[in-house]
Design a protein around this ligand. Sequence first.
Ligand SMILES: [Zn+2]
Length: 505
Amino acid sequence: MALAKSLSISLFGLAGRLIEIEADISSNLPAFVLVGLPDASVNESAARVRAATTNSKLNLPGRRITVNLSPASVPKQGSGFDLAIAMAVLGASGLVNKSRLTKTVFLGELALDGSIKPIAGILAALIASRAFSIDQVVVPLANLAEAKLVSGLNILGFDHLSQVASAFGAEIAPQPLRDMVSNELQQEASNLCFSDVVGQPDAIEALTVAAVGGHNVLMYGPPGAGKTMLASRLPGILPPLTEEEAIELCAIRSVAKIDVDRLPATAPFQAPHHTASLVSMVGGGGSQPRPGLISLAHNGVLFLDEAPEFHSSVLESLRQPLESGMITISRAAGQAKFPARFQLVLAANPCPCGHAVGSGKVCVCSATARLRYQNRISGPLSDRLDLRMELSSVNAALVNSEIKSPTSSALRSVVTSAREVSTSRLSKTGWRTNSQVPGSYLRRELRLPKQVTAQLDSALDRNLISMRGYDRCLRVAWSISDLNGSTSPNKDDLALAVFLRGNEL
Ligand SMILES: [Zn+2]
């Protein structure tokens, strides 16, 4: 019986399914038939496999070839199955050793000349292979550096079908392997430093606190106050990504078709323009959903400059990921889920003309226009902002001042040690940062002594702050206390938390 099997992975979002590819050669009239719910691009595989095998000096028998992709219920998209199909067919033809094919996942698209082209989503596919306990994977050579980021697998990289066939027992002379530039894991240094920032010591202090607690931030102030400059330096003071976080981010980048050949050391920073579409922000598009910018900012910073100018549907779409750290994209074929746990930094002018606060110029907006503009960042989104900073234009006195801003590397080490304190305090709770701790937990399990909260309590009694505002002050106070190396916030920490929240309690 001329039957052979190989394995591949079908991706939907970041979730992979193991696909078994069976090839059968029967004595009927010559034909090449694919069954098992393949989409158009998989169907074209037949033509590519035929041409690629011929051009690899491997001659398929002139008989009927049937290839079945199972389970049939799983949709199969894209050209990444070419290599697995070719190997199953070669196995059934007796041209390669078919017993070895059944324990190997093959990933790669074939060109007509037999060369193997890179595919998107290699990392997610490899993580899936490992989960299915298939530990040998053949990948396109161009994806090898990316593939090697996943440990615990035997990964082979090739750039021509003849090499793969030869490695699996075909008696042919394979094409020589291209030289690959060695891709050592590089440290990614963020060269943006806080020492470039002139003035704004309060803003830098507030961002340091935000970095410790993972707090979402709203900065408002006139154009030119340095909002973008400050926000873009935030990732540089966040603790370095752990290996697990870095691999997770690479898997997302790989599905988004962004070249991945090294593990990033620094948290990502995404700063979409306010004209960004909903799809580019949250992901989606076509039958095979791609992650959006909020997922590319996973474990890092999402910065929305001129936030009130963003489309309201885009601002609304941030609610789900801010709650759950995930975004779900629904398609006919099912739901794709992408991680999207980001620290949100919003920047806004105080009014449409930009001069209502802190610029020294005269605002020309009506009171209604000003209010409407501020209300664009509304309810649920606003609830998630722990820190609100008001920035002023930098004046000559500050530019000429002798006081230098601290460097990012100094701030990063301070933040990293403070983060360790909160991580160990929250280790049994499932929350990772102070910003994620719910108000009820803050007020019960992490209850502070009466004399510490006295002032805040009386403000609450007199309706000067809301319950939400109260909780936010507590969260920020914990980050300040972690920063100071104390066991719990004192009166001063709480007072600073109130100050850092600006005038808007
Ligand atoms: Zn104005």
